[in-house]
Design a protein around this ligand. Structure first.
Ligand SMILES: C[S@@+](CC[C@H](N)C(=O)[O-])C[C@H]1O[C@@H](n2cnc3c(N)ncnc32)[C@H](O)[C@@H]1O
Length: 300
């Protein structure tokens, strides 16, 4: 979504940008190149290897960026308030993480059941799979992965781990396949379960909610926030956040009762009403981008 991100953030010389998910610095390099010679970039990633790779990738822009290891939920703790013209969050895992068996993100390779984006974090996917109750697991699978037979699967895990702890991606994937046969479906039944576990292990929804709030703080008026999501759960959080921030009133409690509305100045406006999807060329080149959606908001 490079062209779409450039179009959304419109980098220019002297502009200041933040990339909260710097990964391999593909987008960051493009933002720095497009804002040459004086644009500045703040970048972060929870993954220490990604931070190293990003610093190396950005060496040609030395003196024009600061990259730290950390959660984008904390961007506002170190990036100056109202200091940025654009903020990018490109959510989820990188291809590099997915393709590294030792990180345990993918059932396509055998590896430890890990899934931590930040390896300083204590809790791994194995801890969750072997330690959470069947009820907790079922809720994670249902809520974060949309898994239909979540309860049956959680019970199967409970039975299997009583015999032998589940330590590897292959062991878990095989158990899921036995418990939820494909019935001719193209997608492996482990896909949604692995997604749900990854989101839970990394508290991705909690980070996203906090990160969106922080992004608004570090944006200048007129600055733009671009968020790329990869599944409907994330997209819903972004959509609801944007809607709430674009409202010219607040309401107390869960329900919006028109008589109880309090007027306020909105914080954001939508730049595009609908989510932007990758074009045909990108889809052909990178099939993993098929579920990507970009939403763009502007600080008022
Ligand atoms: C899709 S990749 C980003 C790729 C990057 N835009 C590029 O062009 O190379 C997502 C990255 O975000 C990181 N990440 C995910 N959630 C994060 C969070 N809450 N805080 C910081 N980094 C996060 C992951 O570790 C991963 O490296």
């Amino acid at each position: 979504m490079t062209a779409e991100v450039l179009d959304a953030l419109k980098p220019r010389p002297g502009g200041r940008y933040a990339d909260g998910t710097i990964g391999g610095a593909g987008h960051a390099a493009i933002l720095l190149a497009a804002s040459s010679p004086t644009g500045w970039l703040f970048g972060c990633d929870r993954d220490g290897d990604a931070v190293e790779a990003a610093r190396a990738r950005l060496a040609e822009f030395a003196g024009r960026f600061e990259v730290r290891r950390g959660n984008f939920a904390e961007l506002a703790d170190w990036v100056p308030a109202a200091g940025c013209d654009g903020v990018l969050l490109d959510l989820g895992v990188s291809s590099w993480q997915l393709d590294s068996p030792e990180r345990g993100f993918s059932f396509q390779h055998d590896g430890p059941l890990d899934m931590r984006m930040d390896t300083r974090q204590v809790r791994t996917a194995a801890d969750l799979v072997n330690g959470a109750s069947a009820g907790e697991l079922a809720e994670i699978f249902r809520e974060l992965g949309g898994v239909r037979d979540a309860r049956r699967l959680a019970k199967a895990i409970e039975g299997a781990r009583a015999r032998q702890p589940l330590k590897t991606t292959r062991h878990l994937a095989e158990l899921i396949e036995q418990s939820s046969p494909r019935h001719g479906k193209k997608t492996h039944p482990a896909t949604k379960v692995f997604q749900a576990l990854r989101i839970a292990v990394n508290d991705e929804i909690g980070s996203l909610k906090r990160g969106l709030g922080g992004a608004v703080k570090i944006l200048k008026p007129g600055g733009r926030l671009a968020v790329i999501t990869f599944h409907s759960l994330e997209d819903r959080v972004v959509k609801e956040f944007g809607r709430e921030q674009a409202r010219d009133y607040t309401f107390a409690g869960e329900v919006d009762v028109p008589e109880l509305r309090q007027p306020r100045v909105p914080e954001l406006r939508w730049v595009t009403r609908k989510a932007i999807r990758p074009g045909a060329a990108e889809l052909a080149e990178n099939p993993r981008s098929r579920s990507a959606q970009l939403r763009v908001m502007e600080k008022i």
